[in-house]
Design a protein around this ligand. Structure first.
Ligand code: PLP
Length: 397
């Protein structure tokens, strides 16, 4: 098994996404890395000692496997990270980070706008089971984040852009504050993908991606990744992968590699359509507000422009009109589907109603209800026409 281009960052991004990490098959000459669906491997019979809980050798699927290694090497090369671990879901990756680096009673600072499972982990599970102390912050407000970080703080976890609001946090400034007290900074960079921002280069200790979203990009597989130094990543592999069992399956790792190969092309399209659709919405008289980091009107647009290379296809907006108008708008969409998840081939939209308990964490303007909109790769004109049809159906055209 030959490694073809592991971690060679001298290539361009498209080349890296296609070639990095691939293992060519010396037996059959297959170009595509085969899928190794086996749960166990032959052990040495010559007395060589076996490292039963190892993370590198071929012993048992949960200790690590070739399709996982290909994906990890590809992602490390793209993100510019020393190392990577991929696990069964984005949430498994987040839980892996928190359970590996936190102890009972530790103090953590967390963005109040964050993915629902992260929110439940820090509001309920970790405090209730392990007595962790958590301070939630508006991570777009740097002074508030700095004030929350104390000498007791062990970890700062920030989502930027935040899901769902697309609020942006200043990664470099927060890294400096966290490191000043010896705390780690972990960034959930799912909305940006490894292409649009580099949290590690800005000082974060670990970056986390739900690969289910842009990295896989085809809406057909679940996975999560953590990237950072080998010292930190090896700890996650030993604890969360081997001993807590969060391993990804070979089939899923292979599928995600296939999706990842075209990420630069897809992301270019998301960014282009994102700007067109955000501008269309902003100029529509029936739109109450739009949050898209690429628009001048986004409250952290300047920071986003400094910290990110592009703004992806994630935005939030709301229409003027009562709940009936919202229902009519949603049900009139024909291409755009009312469904969770994001970064898919298909355009997906989710409506959050004004009475949702999560609203308290979101900016004032969101609290009358809003749509989180994940653009797909359809033609921009078709997406806009679908929205126009829905405005008309809701009596808002
Ligand atoms: C979807 C998502 C997750 C969770 O990922 P899964 O793969 O669904 O477990 C975590 N963080 C963000 C920002 C997400 O959008």
């Amino acid at each position: 098994m030959k490694e073809t281009a592991k971690n060679k960052n001298k290539h361009g991004l498209m080349t890296t996404c296609i070639h990095a990490g691939n293992r060519h098959d010396d037996v059959h000459g297959a170009i595509a890395t085969p899928i190794y669906m086996t749960s166990n491997y032959r052990l040495p019979t010559d007395g060589t000692p076996v490292d039963w809980s190892g993370i590198h050798s071929d012993i048992y699927l949960r200790n690590g496997h070739t399709n996982q290694f290909v994906l990890q090497d590809k992602l490390s090369a793209i993100e510019g990270a020393e190392d990577c671990v991929v696990l069964a879901s984005g949430v498994a990756a987040l839980a892996a980070v928190f359970t590996t680096f936190l102890k009972a009673g530790d103090h953590v600072v967390v963005s109040q706008v964050c993915y629902s499972a992260t929110s439940i982990l820090f509001h309920e599970l970790l405090p209730e089971k392990y007595g962790m102390k958590v301070t939630f912050v508006n991570s777009a407000n740097l002074e508030e984040v700095k004030a929350a970080i104390t000498p007791e703080t062990k970890l700062v976890h920030i989502e930027t852009p935040g899901n769902p609001t697309t609020e942006i946090a200043d990664i470099a400034a927060i890294a400096a504050s966290a490191h000043a007290v010896g705390a780690m900074l972990t960034i959930d960079s799912t909305f940006a993908s490894p292409l649009l921002q580099k949290p590690l280069a800005l000082g974060a200790d670990l970056v986390i991606h739900s690969m289910t979203k842009y990295i896989n990009g085809h809406g057909d597989a679940l996975g999560g990744a953590v990237l950072g130094s080998t010292a930190l990543i090896d700890k996650i592999k030993t604890q969360a992968m081997v001993n807590f069992g969060g391993i990804i399956s070979p089939m899923t790792a292979w599928l995600i590699c296939r999706g990842l190969a075209t990420l630069p092309l897809r992301m270019k399209q998301y960014c282009q359509t994102g700007m067109k659709v955000a501008q269309f919405l902003e100029n529509h008289p029936a739109v109450r507000f739009v949050y898209y980091p690429g628009l001048d009107s986004h409250p952290q647009h300047e920071l986003a422009a400094k910290q990110m290379k592009g703004f992806s296809g994630m935005m939030c907006f709301d229409i003027k009109g009562d709940e009936t108008a919202h229902t009519k708008f949603l049900s009139a969409l024909t291409l755009i589907c009312h469904a969770v998840s994001l970064g898919d081939l298909e355009s997906l939209i989710v409506y959050t109603q004004p009475d949702s308990p999560k609203m308290q964490y979101y900016p004032e303007i969101f609290r009358d209800g809003f749509f989180r909109f994940s653009l797909g790769l359809e033609d921009a004109e078709d997406i806009i026409a679908d929205l126009q049809g829905a405005f008309a159906a809701a009596g808002l055209a």
